[in-house]
Design a protein around this ligand. Structure first.
Ligand SMILES: Cc1cc2nc3c(=O)[nH]c(=O)nc-3n(C[C@H](O)[C@H](O)[C@H](O)COP(=O)(O)OP(=O)(O)OC[C@H]3O[C@@H](n4cnc5c(N)ncnc54)[C@H](O)[C@@H]3O)c2cc1C
Length: 404
């Protein structure tokens, strides 16, 4: 028998443990520092768990070497993942855009199925058991967990990253692997809300809009994205914000501005024509109603305010210049960036243990034979939409094969 310890009972760790247990030559121990396994998984997808994405491409992954993911993701692609879960007893549904969720619409089901499957496969799960150190002793590993020292033949580090601090995001994985000679890149929060000059967002809190957003820093265009934007107490959120959040976090001390286009499907001159037509058709109405029917009412009023149009006028009294300013505000609404909501509120950690130190075909350390790593602890992060869990499953599956 070969004794295998998996450190971390999250998405990748449970997958790795299940996979390792498929080989009856292995006796598998899963060590989890929190009181229960899969705590972060329960919070994923707003409690629905967006567990994969069937429209995955390699462009959805980031890190120093995103191609590192290829072997794992081709070996266990979204289709195989959903099939794997179906065989465990979990039905899923795929929404337009490829996002896959459990049919039950509840992340609980995913955690429960993984727990049942681990128990059935003979994986021994020990919770409330933080691993404090790993040492190499000849061909064996000595794992310090609480009061105990556990001797194993193989170790899989699946401790996740720093994101989601309240859900158990810690730096243990980096430190455990660091103590065995591995190094890491800089860590930054990604898929996280962006904080902005609070003047406008506070009044817009709760509003959602389809928008195209562009990030600029020191007059340089950094990146752009299109999708749903949400205004929060302190700034902006929603999938389109998540798409630029990694670039925002990378700005560091540099100043940044986000330019928002709320009518991205309409060129500026067309927007101006629509506003002119509105002003002439409803000439006796107050100018506050200029954007009614085009954007959310509260947002429309804010756009007028920030284009300098105050109340008191009727629509027919608006000048051509005022209409052009209003069109400009809808097409290019600017917010100064303060930063991000940080690791506690981030969904994923960008950066991590250097992938060049691991073999992409097995996820075994190139420095320490018998040591494997999977999931977010490695320098790989995915876009919003199920890509991070897909990486957790695929890398956990590969690491759990233990090089065989
Ligand atoms: C709020 C939120 C929502 C998200 N929604 C989605 C989504 O819908 N779709 C998606 O694809 N991704 C989502 N993600 C990202 C996704 O959850 C993670 O990328 C994924 O869980 C990473 O899997 P992992 O196994 O590497 O780490 P984790 O799932 O974080 O698991 C790591 C485990 O290791 C344990 N651990 C750490 N240190 C030790 C130690 N020293 N000893 C023992 N155990 C230890 C931790 O307690 C934890 O249980 C979301 C993340 C957050 C925070």
């Amino acid at each position: 028998m070969s004794k295998v310890a998996v450190i971390g009972g999250g998405a990748s760790g449970m997958m790795a443990a299940l996979t390792a247990a498929e080989d009856k030559e292995n006796s598998v121990l899963l060590l989890e520092r929190q009181q229960r396994v899969g705590r972060k998984l329960l919070a994923t997808g707003n409690g629905r768990c967006n567990l994969s994405n069937t429209e995955l491409t390699m462009q959805n992954y980031h890190g120093s070497d995103p191609a590192f993911t290829e072997h794992a993701l081709r070996g266990f692609d979204p289709e195989k993942t959903l099939d794997f879960f179906r065989k465990l007893g979990l039905l899923t549904v795929t929404e337009p855009g490829g996002r896959a969720y459990p049919l039950s619409d509840s992340a609980n089901s995913v955690v429960d199925i993984l727990r049942f499957a681990c128990a059935e496969a003979g994986v021994e799960i020990i919770t409330s058991c933080p691993v404090l150190g790993i040492k190499k002793d000849g061909s064996k590993f000595l794992i310090s967990a609480g009061e105990e020292t556990i001797r194993t033949d193989k170790v899989i580090v699946a401790c996740g990253g720093l994101a989601g601090g309240k859900l158990g995001g810690v730096k243990d994985g980096y430190e455990l692997l660091g103590s065995l000679g591995h190094s890491r890149t800089a860590l930054i929060p990604a898929l996280v809300q962006v904080t902005t000059d609070p003047e406008y967002p506070r009044a817009l809190k709760g509003i959602r809009a389809d928008a195209e957003i562009e990030l600029f820093s020191e007059d340089r265009h950094i990146c752009s994205a299109r999708g749903e934007l949400q205004f929060t107490e302190k700034g902006i959120s929603g999938p389109v914000t998540f798409d630029i959040s990694r670039a925002v976090a990378s700005l560091g001390d540099k100043k940044g501005t986000v330019h928002i286009d709320f009518l991205a499907d309409y060129p500026r001159n067309e927007v101006l024509s629509m506003l002119r037509a509105k002003a002439s058709a409803y000439g006796t109405l107050p100018c506050e109603e200029l954007f009614t029917g085009l954007v959310h009412n509260r947002l429309g009023k804010m756009l007028l305010k920030c284009s300098g149009l105050c109340g008191g006028k009727t629509m027919s009294e608006l000048t051509e210049e005022e209409l052009a300013d209003a069109a400009g505000a809808a097409k290019d609404f600017r917010l100064r960036i303060k930063g991000t909501e940080g690791f506690d509120n981030a969904q994923v950690t960008a950066g991590g243990i250097r992938t060049s130190e691991f073999d992409p075909r097995t996820l075994e350390s190139r420095m320490v034979p018998g040591l494997f790593a999977c999931g977010e602890v490695l320098d790989i992060d995915g876009d919003c939409g199920g890509y991070n869990l897909q990486w957790a499953w695929a890398s956990g599956r590969l690491a759990g094969k233990l090089g065989k």
